[in-house]
Design a protein around this ligand. Structure first.
Ligand code: G6P
Length: 530
């Protein structure tokens, strides 16, 4: 693999400064990024060509940005039929690594589970079981039912696929040109560290959990063997990272409650289990301002901006989300409905633009949720269309944009007066940060107390309890009528915070802790330059 120094200019990308210890660490290491979804998907077009599509979601955005700093091997599942064909061709040619378009320093290594195992792992255990648990989404008298099929999906899906991941990571580490550092991502891979350790006790394992870690009592809704295996898996890492101090604390409590043999040191945030010590750390994820600005200024985004002009009004509220139950989209519309009921003077003068990306359409809860969103939007539009007609105006209060179009969403962020982020629970919520960075109208952020971003940005936002429809309606009103000086001050503070706490900082803080750990365990390796 052609080595390029971290921080150097890569084609079409920007030069980034890193502290010396981070640069030194990266120069001596091969990062092995491990996540369920990879940075690109391959698809076959109608004329037989292979097209690539960038993966979506917080994990991909964050780890792809790491390509600006380092070379890496990325281990991810083959997700599409074309991914599988490519993986099979690579196997026949005995090629392990694939070049990734647009990420010059990265090479991809596929994990290829059989489709039944993948379904159990992804569609039954990771989503919805773990995702729903970690976002407190269950209606507990009715769900979850852990039946024999769930157990089967656990053993033959989740456990089996985690084992496959571990084998690929170990193979990637063996072939790595420099000292491997394994960066595992998220809830799909809680068991992989256990299996990696069995094969390579010496590897440095770092695992970042992008989503909330709920209270230990809530974890009791999962059977004890599952939650013990999850805790043990995470404790096979050297470092486990969370988005907020609250999530880190909940994890320590969960370990304490489920693994009585573990020694939990709350002050140092460390756990010692079966002779191995794991550090529990907090790294609030963020955005890469330069990359986000570059997309927002792209030709594509400019074209969208022109098109979207027609949808603006005297006041414009927007939201940008995956169409996902935890994002609380329906209650957001109910709050808007309530706003219009309480303030009929807004009729014809405000538009709500919702940019929603359909997601996990193989899972029933997600299909139903998208239906609910469509139904509530239809009802609100019908209700106020009548009211407006009486006054002789043609007006649609909600405009729904469904589809995966990042430049369009960023284009809209520039002109909102109010950005609604009312997630029930969310690991961080990067939309709040993108909006704060890009908005050009001193727009007001309405932020849920349940979003990880609340701990960083709440002081400059109007904050809401996500179930409080009346309170959210009031926040929308306050956001629309806030005096200009206060809007300007809040918007400035938000922007400043986001720029100062960017994605580079998220990565560098992790590299700092990894460098510390390396230095403690093998000080000689850091001193002698090769
Ligand atoms: C969101 C979350 C990530 C998670 C991802 C999975 O982006 O923020 O933590 O890994 O969803 O999404 P997927 O579409 O791959 O199921």
């Amino acid at each position: 693999m052609a080595h390029q120094r971290a921080g150097q200019h890569r084609d079409g990308q920007l030069d980034v400064q890193l502290p010396d210890y981070a640069r030194e660490l990266l120069e001596r290491s091969t990062l092995i990024i491990v996540s369920n979804r990879g940075p690109v998907e391959f698809h076959q077009t109608n004329d037989g060509e292979i097209a690539t599509k960038r993966g979506t979601g917080g994990v991909i955005t964050a780890m792809s940005a790491a390509a600006r700093f380092a070379d890496a091997i990325w281990v991810a599942c083959a997700m599409t039929p074309t991914d599988r064909v490519i993986a099979e061709e690579m196997r026949q040619r005995r090629e392990a690594l694939l070049t990734i378009p647009d990420l010059p320093g990265f090479r991809l290594r596929f994990v290829v589970p059989d489709t039944e195992a993948y379904r159990g792992y992804y569609n039954r255990i990771a989503n919805p079981l773990l995702w729903f648990l970690q976002h407190y989404l269950w209606d507990t008298p009715r769900a979850p039912d852990i039946d024999h099929e769930t157990w089967q999906a656990w053993h033959e899906g989740y456990v089996a696929v985690n084992r496959l991941f571990a084998e690929e990571v170990v193979a990637a580490a063996a072939a790595a040109p420099r000292d491997p550092i394994v960066l595992l991502q998220d809830y799909h891979l809680y068991l992989a560290p256990t299996f990696i350790r069995e094969l390579r006790p010496d590897l440095l394992l770092h695992h970042f959990v992008h989503i909330p870690w709920p209270d230990q009592d809530y974890w009791r809704l999962l059977p004890l063997p599952m939650r013990r295996a999850i805790c043990e898996g995470l404790l096979a890492n050297d470092i486990v990272g969370f988005q907020t101090p609250r999530h880190a604390r909940s994890f320590l409590n969960t370990v304490d409650a489920n693994l009585p043999e573990a020694e939990v040191d709350y002050r140092r945030r460390e756990v010692t289990y079966r002779g191995h010590t794991t550090r529990v750390r907090v790294y609030p994820i963020s955005i890469d301002p330069e990359l986000v600005r570059a997309v927002a200024e792209s030709e594509d985004a400019r074209r969208h901006r022109e098109h979207l002009e027609a949808f603006r009004n005297e006041y414009t509220i927007i939201r940008v989300d995956r169409a996902e139950p935890s994002k609380n989209v329906v209650r957001g519309f109910l709050a808007y409905d309530r706003l219009l009921e309480k303030h009929p003077e807004l009729i014809g003068r405000v538009n709500f633009l919702a940019f929603l990306v359909p997601t996990r359409m193989e899972v029933a809860e997600y299909i139903n949720y998208l239906d609910e969103i469509n139904a509530v939007v239809g009802r609100i539009n019908a209700k106020y269309a009548n009211a407006a007609e009486i006054e002789g105006i043609h007006w649609e209060p909600v405009h729904l944009f469904v589809g995966d179009d990042y430049p369009r969403a960023l284009a809209a962020m520039k002109f909102y007066d109010v950005l609604l982020v009312n997630a029930i629970f969310d690991g961080m919520n990067l939309v709040a940060k993108e909006g704060a960075l890009l908005n050009e109208r001193n727009g007001v952020l309405i932020l849920s107390e349940g979003a990880g971003a609340y701990q960083q940005l709440g002081q400059w936002a109007l904050t809401v309890s996500p179930t409080d429809i009346e309170g959210t309606a009031e926040a929308l009103w306050q956001g629309l009528i806030m005096p200009a000086a206060e809007r300007a001050w809040r918007a400035e503070q938000l922007r400043r915070h986001v720029v100062e706490h960017d994605l580079r900082r998220w990565l560098v803080d992790q590299l700092h802790d990894i460098a510390d750990l390396r230095a403690e365990r093998a000080p000689h390796r850091l001193i002698a330059p090769s």
